[in-house]
Design a protein around this ligand. Sequence first.
Ligand SMILES: [Zn+2]
Length: 174
Amino acid sequence: MSDYDQSRAGMCAAYGCPLFGTVGSDGRWYCFCHINKPAALNDSITRMLREELMSIVESTIDIRRCFSSFYGNEAGYRAIQRRLVEMDRKDLLFNADGRDTPPTPPSGRTMKPVVKMWLMRLERELIEQTGKLGEQERLPLTVPTAPVIGPTHATEHFSEAANRLVDRLPEMGR
Ligand SMILES: [Zn+2]
């Protein structure tokens, strides 16, 4: 394994992906966004994660790094919240109810399950957004409509015939 990139250890096998490889497939580890996706979509998924979704990506990585516990690390929790507000995704905040209660109660009791639910919400958002990439490719191409050619000749013939009839009217009346 001479081409093994040590800096990518633990990361998703899709080139340049910022997420951890957490799901195995054919001896490689992929993230939850790249797994079971056609290889042709790999780069567009990575680009979407690195560009418009990067704030959410970083948030999920931060939560995983602290093992879903912000006990004694309220600054870490605050940084994630601030990041989500900056990208105008208040619906993804830890407390989407609008109350700013950090997951670190004074009692010292850790709230891992609640933080894990938050992590799931963030990761589900990444799956849904990147999942749209495949759907777009399945849309049918629009066929341009050919310009309509009007029945100009038919109209001409019809009026000529009508004129001939009018010319003959005096004869018929005699
Ligand atoms: Zn990935």
